[in-house]
Design a protein around this ligand. Structure first.
Ligand SMILES: Cc1cc2nc3c(=O)[nH]c(=O)nc-3n(C[C@H](O)[C@H](O)[C@H](O)COP(=O)(O)OP(=O)(O)OC[C@H]3O[C@@H](n4cnc5c(N)ncnc54)[C@H](O)[C@@H]3O)c2cc1C
Length: 507
């Protein structure tokens, strides 16, 4: 029974902790903050409650598996899980709207034909069929197995190339594509609203469609196939259930405990040192933080080699601007849970979020960005039925290129989100009671899931490091960010520690 020190109480770290405890290990979690859950937070005021991190869950199977394997109660007995139907309404730049059902390929086809014109549904569906090929080809190595030592094979994009319509007839061209998501969107979808629909999925995960691999088409495929899910009471309820499960399995938590150093003995990770000087010995250290910060904790020693996927080698980082809106007046019964109001000027938005491509230089936030409007039909989020809690989010440049600590910049950007949300909630100005703006400077960059293609630039560092006994878990490690992917990283780290570093994933 090994002693394991876990740094941070984010969801990736907690999923690893619960699984390791069930395998018989003594697990102690050290969290510098005052609570668990990391990015999965809740803002509460005057009887209103808002998710401050993720608002919806994809691939709930990851958490079903975790709750089944760590205890007798299944996930559904621990949290209220509800499919979100319709999955989303889209308000495009030209004012067209399309309301898409949840987890129904035929339903999405029909809705797109009805909203955008005959043939649009089929064109979208063909892209989703190719996305499925990409998903099937890389699901195991990307989600269910530790990152391969020969990760460069994942640098090839599994999204199949298609011969150009009319020019060569339709059908498969040989070999994988090297296209970007924007490239296949323009070629295979043509209609600007379908293009915006595909690209908005990439943007929502923090990717620039102009540089993201074509394989990013798996993002809408995953949502369309496995659905979007809401956790009653807000996503924080999932973090609470995870914490309770850890506690029930004997995991110890210490809050207000910042790890300032990972100690080493004979070249192997041997424990952690906390601010204040306390040293805790352990046989394994699991680091649930951004691995870009690991060398500093390891006294300058690099946890990954020059030939490995490195924490700093990937795509530009993005953040999320969130506006919590307390509204007077009842939520209309037919309001969709999620509406995406697309940017008026997509090029201007991409330039504001990603700059010229190098991610450097000062940038102004986009005046009218793509905004997700979340309106959960959940009494736990409002003081009574005469009020409504609405959360607005937009993908933005991180703190740095934009000075998100500047009050005027933050206020103007929040105004832009609220203006855009007017397309989803026309009486918004009269209904607003108050708003709380959450600065991207406080929440930090948001990790997207790992993607194959583009020579591996969208992969995340392996969970196993070159320092024996030290493992990386959570959204900035393999297989990337988002609740489901971070949950998989926890399963992978637990598998590597329990079965040894040669473990290749569960069969
Ligand atoms: C604003 C925002 C919006 C998001 N929206 C979505 C979304 O819509 N959909 C989605 O799927 N995902 C979303 N995410 C991402 C998702 O929340 C995370 O990928 C997921 O929760 C996994 O987090 P993690 O395990 O990497 O840990 P994190 O949540 O990053 O937590 C890390 C923890 O480690 C602690 N820590 C760090 N350093 C130390 C140290 N030295 N000592 C002790 N403790 C330390 C931190 O305090 C923190 O609690 C969002 C994230 C943010 C911030």
């Amino acid at each position: 029974m090994a002693g394991i020190a876990v740094i941070g109480a984010g969801t990736g770290a907690m999923t690893a902790a619960a699984r390791l405890a069930v395998a018989g290990h003594r697990v102690a979690v050290f969290e510098r903050g005052s609570t668990y859950g990391g990015a999965v937070g809740r803002y509460e005021r005057d009887g209103f409650a808002f998710d401050t991190g993720p608002g919806l869950l994809h691939l709930p199977a990851v958490y079903r598996d975790l709750f089944l394997k760590t205890g007798r109660e299944p996930l559904e007995a621990c949290v209220g899980l509800a499919q979100v139907d319709p999955a989303s309404r889209h308000v495009f730049a030209d004012g067209t709207t399309a309301t898409l059902p949840n987890a129904s390929r035929a339903g999405v086809m029909e809705a797109l034909d009805g909203a955008l014109g005959a043939g649009c549904g089929e064109r979208w569906s063909e892209v989703m069929v190719r996305a499925r090929e990409a998903w099937d080809a890389t699901r195991r190595p990307l989600l269910e197995e530790p990152l391969w030592a020969d990760w460069r094979v994942l640098g090839r994009d599994p999204y199949p190339a298609v011969r150009r319509r009319g020019l060569f007839g339709r059908g498969r061209a040989k070999g994988p594509t090297t296209a970007t998501l924007a490239g296949i969107a323009a070629r295979e979808l043509a209609d600007p609203r379908l293009v915006a629909l595909l690209e908005s999925h990439a943007l929502a995960h923090g990717f620039d469609p102009r540089t993201a691999p074509a394989s990013a088409a798996v993002l809408p495929y995953m949502e369309q196939t496995f659905g979007r899910w809401y956790v009653r009471g807000g996503m924080r309820a999932l973090a609470e259930a995870l914490y309770e499960r850890c506690r029930a399995r004997g995991v110890e938590f210490t809050f207000g405990a910042e790890v300032v150093r990972i100690t080493e003995k004979d070249g192997r990770a041997a424990g952690v040192e906390l601010a204040g000087g306390r040293v805790v010995d352990a046989e394994y250290v699991v680091a649930g933080l951004d691995p870009a910060g690991l060398p500093a904790l390891c006294g300058g020693r690099e946890p990954w080699g020059a030939d490995d996927v490195r924490p700093d080698g990937g795509a530009p980082r993005t953040a999320r601007l969130t506006v919590c809106l307390a509204l007077r007046g009842a939520r209309p019964a037919d309001a969709p849970h999620r509406t995406v109001v697309h940017a008026a000027d997509r090029e201007a938005e991409l330039a504001a979020v990603f700059g010229g491509g190098d991610g450097r230089g000062h940038r102004e936030p986009c005046a009218r960005p793509t905004v997700a409007v979340l309106r959960p039909d959940d009494p736990a989020t409002r003081p009574d039925d005469e009020h409504e809690a609405v959360t607005l989010t937009a993908t933005v440049a991180p703190h740095g290129p934009v000075d998100w600590r500047d009050a005027e910049t933050l206020r103007a950007a929040a105004d832009g989100l609220v203006r855009a949300a007017g397309a989803a909630i026309p009486d918004l100005p009269e209904r607003e009671l108050w708003r709380e703006v959450l600065s991207p400077a406080d929440s930090g960059p948001v990790p997207g899931p790992a993607l194959p293609g583009q020579e591996g630039r969208f992969l995340r560092p392996a969970n196993r490091t070159r320092i024996p006994g030290l493992y990386a878990v959570g959204g900035w490690s393999h297989p990337g960010g988002g609740l489901a992917h971070a949950g998989m990283s926890g399963a992978l780290v637990a598998g590597l520690i329990v079965h040894g570093d040669d473990w290749h994933g569960s069969q």
